[in-house]
Ligand binder design. Structure first.
Ligand SMILES: NC(=O)c1ccc[n+]([C@@H]2O[C@H](COP(=O)([O-])OP(=O)(O)OC[C@H]3O[C@@H](n4cnc5c(N)ncnc54)[C@H](O)[C@@H]3O)[C@@H](O)[C@H]2O)c1
Length: 283
């Protein structure tokens, strides 16, 4: 999608961090932006900032894990903006850092509710708005580099599980939208300088309430070495919308991790081939 000026976008998790970085990049490209976030204070500040860039901005207070609320939000955005061309399902949270065996059902409900259902609800309620006008558009789903491999020793297995799901959802969506004029991008960032690791401190009561690790949340420098500014990622996403790129990577370092993971996958196929040969199994 190259012709962006005057179009409208809906961005979740836009109160701060990567979502706000994407909203800024879109606004600078003359796109009107509906910003959704569960944090109403952050949302108010973000909307004022986006409006100051000279486009229309709409505040949509929203918990993306609530499907009915997302459906209502689609009505609000359509009433305010008319045609929608760009959907960015970006809101996401990390669980308390724990081994996967110690995550509670409530931890899972929150992770899956926001990171997976948030994307599913966004697609179900907002994609029809893009389809309706027939002018084409673009969907961006935020996964993570953790959606393609699990880094050891970080206690982020549950988070990675939800981000793997976002990869599968996005690959399916791209296949299903082939030829429709609606592109799909999958954002897989490595470290970005945001409050993502503070998300447990703001966990809603229905998912177990706030969790502050003993000793507090470690510093961003410790948790996110080599972090990029959110605005750099926002500009990168804008470029991918324009050039219709599927995989959006932000850092080059993870290439080596993924090559190592793929080597292990290929080793598995080699073992399957040897086993099948030895046992006369034809596939
Ligand atoms: N920061 C990183 O290093 C990094 C790396 C890979 C992927 N990501 C992903 O990027 C996305 C954005 O995260 P970020 O790093 O900007 O973090 P962030 O915490 O700075 O921003 C996330 C925003 O989402 C909002 N949010 C949380 N739960 C919500 C809900 N239920 N409904 C609506 N809004 C909700 C928060 O209020 C916040 O404003 C997430 O999906 C995250 O998993 C981040």
């Amino acid at each position: 999608m190259n012709d962006l000026a005057g179009r409208a976008a809906f961005v979740t998790g836009a109160g701060q961090g990567i979502g706000l970085g994407i909203a800024r990049a879109l606004a600078k490209a003359d796109v009107n932006v509906a910003l959704a976030d569960i944090d109403e204070g952050a949302l108010t500040r973000a909307v004022a900032e986006i409006e100051a860039l000279g486009v229309r901005a709409l505040a949509v207070p929203l918990d993306v894990s609530d499907g009915e609320a997302v459906a209502r939000a689609a009505g609000t955005v359509e009433a305010a903006f008319g045609k929608l061309h760009i959907l960015v399902n970006n809101a996401g949270v990390t669980a308390p850092p724990k081994p996967i065996t110690q995550l509670t059902p409530q931890d899972w409900d929150w992770l899956i509710g926001v990171n997976v259902y948030g994307v599913v609800h966004g697609i179900r309620s907002f994609l029809p708005l893009i389809r309706r006008h027939g002018e084409g558009g673009h969907v961006v789903n935020t996964s993570s580099i953790g959606g393609l491999q699990v880094r050891p020793g970080r206690g982020t297995g549950g988070y990675a599980a939800t981000k793997f799901a976002v990869v599968a959802i996005s690959e399916s969506l791209q296949q299903e939208l082939e030829g429709s004029g609606i592109g799909v991008s999958l954002l897989c960032p490595a470290a970005v300088d945001t409050a993502i690791y503070e998300s447990t401190t703001r966990r809603p009561a229905r998912f177990g309430g706030p969790f502050v690790p003993p000793g507090g949340v470690p510093s961003r420098a410790e948790l996110l070495p080599g972090a990029l500014p959110p605005d750099t990622v926002g500009e990168r996403v804008l470029h991918a919308i324009r050039t219709n790129e599927f995989f959006i990577f932000t850092h080059e370092g993870p290439r080596a991790w993924l090559e190592e993971r793929h080597r292990r996958l290929m080793d598995g196929f080699d073992r399957a081939a040897a086993y099948n040969r030895q046992n006369g199994i034809k596939t």
